[in-house]
Design a protein around this ligand. Structure first.
Ligand code: HPA
Length: 247
């Protein structure tokens, strides 16, 4: 097994990861967000990539080179990918501080390079994306969350918005009507690019705020940072058990 882990806001490094090598991979789509770290956690090999970049200026969600990131992980031979996403909650029971394992998504992003298919393959490609997350991988994550006794929610619909701005209250009302439980900015096209490459992919969402208009107080970056600190500890506990339990 060789796991690729894509970290996002709040997960710029992975505590406990013993880094053995760093891979600067050139791809046909340009450079990934950072040189990918190869290391060992809980006795297992893991490749770590922070999608907003490894240092210096963070890459905003709409400017992440998702194709290069996924291509590079594929080049390194990862056979599954777990992605961490900081999200806002539309569903009130998904309070800040909770980990949520989504089972579905709705893509509202636009203008992102969202496919490896540039029309040169000679045939039309339509990958099946009925279930955007790999169900066996999700099950493993859920088992690990249970074994690690990490409080979590085992299903949700993630709405992926363009960002980097947050939503208006009216947009959040619309997303709720659409059936979204969560809103984040980086879940797509990451998930569908992984599917195009045939790599099982699952996401672990860290709820950091109630979506715009749903709380009496405005969304504050300080509160988000504090919540993220607690959640990254939960995330790492879950990941450690996940790795211990994987073959
Ligand atoms: N909306 C969209 N993306 C987010 C949010 C939000 O409220 N919080 C963290 N990422």
């Amino acid at each position: 097994m060789s796991l690729g882990l894509i970290g996002g806001t709040g997960l710029s490094s992975l505590s406990g990861l013993q880094v053995m090598a760093s891979h600067a991979i050139a791809t046909p789509y340009g450079a990934p967000s950072m040189a990918i770290e190869e290391g060992v956690l809980a006795g297992k090999k893991i490749f770590f990539l922070h999608r907003h970049g490894g240092g210096g200026q963070p890459v905003p969600p709409h400017r992440v080179n998702y194709r290069a990131n996924l291509w590079a992980l594929n080049e390194l031979g990862v056979d599954r990918i777990l992605a961490a996403n900081a999200v806002g909650a539309v569903t009130p029971s998904m309070t800040a501080g909770k980990l949520v394992i989504p089972h579905q998504l709705i893509d509202y992003t636009w203008g992102r390079e969202h496919s490896f298919d540039d029309g040169s393959s000679g045939s039309l490609q339509h990958v099946d994306f009925t279930h955007p997350y790999d169900s066996a991988l999700r099950d493993e994550v859920l088992r690990a969350a249970g074994a690690a006794k990490v409080p979590h929610v085992d299903a949700a619909v993630l709405g992926v918005v363009q960002g980097p701005r947050l939503e208006t209250a009216a947009e959040v009302t619309r997303f709720a009507r659409d059936g979204c439980d969560l809103l984040g900015m980086t879940g797509m096209p990451e998930a569908s690019l992984a599917r195009e490459l045939g790599i099982p992919y699952a996401a672990i969402c860290m709820v950091v705020n109630a979506a715009a208009g749903l709380s009496d107080t405005p969304i504050a970056m300080d509160a988000i940072r504090e919540t993220l600190l607690k959640e990254t500890a939960l995330f790492t506990a879950l990941l450690t058990v996940f790795l211990e339990q994987s073959s």
